[in-house]
Design a protein around this ligand. Structure first.
Ligand code: CU
Length: 180
């Protein structure tokens, strides 16, 4: 730090030191891609196996004191993929924590599962999930800005990609995936 900076710190006191620290911290990360995109992408798998399906998890926040999620959405690209080894990369671009659970599609149609009193669906037939911020597999949820990933082998068929944070499925946070 320059000597002029020290003099300023004496005058502005502790608050100023904290602010200056935050500024320096932001500047030192200036080349970080997190700060060059409106969507904060802070992590990704180092090695990806098989076909890749990118899943975007989003929302418009909550209402009713945080109980009711608004504008939740789950989209998969591509929505149709070759059978075999498939890696899902799920990125949360919303405001709330989300997750990705891969399920066989119910015979009654995608998005038609019964939602229990706790706002969740029955995950008994889950084939795997990505719900670890900046990590693989099942965890405690994907925080906003983070990505989680999971690799699995899928046979041809129709699958359902689900976010099973309470009430998110009920609000339509589900999408079809065709495996051919
Ligand atoms: Cu969700």
């Amino acid at each position: 730090m320059k000597s002029g900076g020290a003099a300023v710190l004496v005058i502005v006191g502790v608050t100023g030191i904290a602010l200056m620290g935050a500024t320096l911290s932001a500047q030192s990360r200036g080349t970080d891609r997190r700060f060059s995109s409106p969507v904060e992408v802070s992590c990704a798998p180092a090695h990806v196996r098989g076909e890749v399906v990118r899943v975007e998890l989003s929302d418009d926040g909550t209402m009713m004191g945080g109980v009711a999620p608004m504008g939740v959405s789950l989209s998969a690209t591509p929505a149709s993929v070759k059978s075999g080894t498939i890696t899902f990369e799920a990125t949360n671009v919303g405001y709330l924590p989300h997750e990705l659970v891969v399920m066989p599609a119910p015979t009654t149609g995608v998005g038609t599962r019964r939602v229990n009193a706790d706002g969740k669906i029955d995950e008994t037939r889950s084939l795997g999930e990505a719900s670890t911020s900046c990590g693989a597999g099942a965890g405690s949820g994907i925080e906003p800005g983070a990505t989680s990933w999971v690799t699995m082998s899928l046979r041809p068929g129709l699958y359902e990609l689900v976010c099973d944070v309470p009430w998110h499925y009920a609000q339509g946070m589900v999408s079809a995936l065709r495996v051919y």
